[in-house]
Write a protein that binds this ligand. Structure first.
Ligand code: CA
Length: 235
């Protein structure tokens, strides 16, 4: 993988010096290069200069808030696709939804376990690497247009509900990989949403019904006692 050839650069935007130091230490230990900014304006400047692969962005920052930084990142065509993970405090719970609405790809609530944050960073970098510039994902005869929110199988348009769309999108980022119900819940519904793992089965059933036309091969593989994968190989 390209990851091992060039170490990804993570920009840590955090005004608490102790936390910034802890993040730098752990990121470097995990094989990342680290750049730092301690306020929002500096963050914008560092992004323009250093072109980081991912931004860890604190919500409460002096000079310019994290949310404004995120907004500016998304507004500029050259940084629109830059992966952003927002760091929020528990008391700002309401704001987490806003964080995602402003265009953050993910968020983690302080205090967090460093392992959990590292897992989020890796997952996001993988996802970012898998998205082609056009915003179009393909798997065999299935095409998913991220911008237009459209799915086609061959020439046939496939109509999906929002959850089924996100589920298929997630699968298409990681074809052939088997995911447990819990992993799918985390990835598609989000880690803070508490729903029964069986809910996944319901949506998989709907997705299958929509995506597999008459005579077409089932592209969702059920792996007994494990979960599901986007796969055309016979189980
Ligand atoms: Ca802060």
């Amino acid at each position: 993988m390209a990851d091992s050839l060039a170490k990804p650069l993570v920009l840590v935007v955090e005004d608490e010096a102790a936390l910034a130091t802890m993040l730098r230490y752990n990121l470097e230990k995990q094989g990342f290069r680290v750049d730092e900014a301690s306020d929002g304006q500096e963050a914008i400047a560092r992004i323009a200069e250093q072109r980081p692969d991912l931004v860890l962005l604190d919500w409460m920052l002096p000079v310019m808030s994290g949310i404004e930084v995120c907004r500016q990142i998304r507004r500029r065509p050259d940084t629109r696709a830059l992966p952003v993970i927002m760091l929020t405090a528990r008391t700002e719970d309401q704001d987490t939804v806003r964080a995602l609405n402003t265009g953050a790809d993910d968020y983690i609530t302080k205090p967090f376990a460093i392992e959990a944050l590292m897992a989020r960073i890796r997952a996001l970098l993988r996802r970012a690497a898998a998205v082609p510039a056009k915003g179009r994902l393909e798997f065999h005869d299935i095409a998913l247009d991220l911008a237009a929110h459209r799915v086609q199988r061959g020439d046939r348009p496939v109509h999906l509900g929002p959850t089924e769309f996100r589920l298929l999108e997630f699968f298409m980022h990681h074809p052939a990989r088997v995911f447990t119900r819990e992993e799918l819940l985390n990835a598609v519904w989000g880690p803070d949403i508490h729903v029964e793992p069986r809910t996944v089965d319901v949506h998989i059933r709907r997705l299958r019904k929509a995506i597999n036309g008459p005579g077409e091969r089932d592209v969702i593989r059920t792996v007994r006692a494990a979960g599901y994968a986007l796969d055309t190989e016979p189980a």
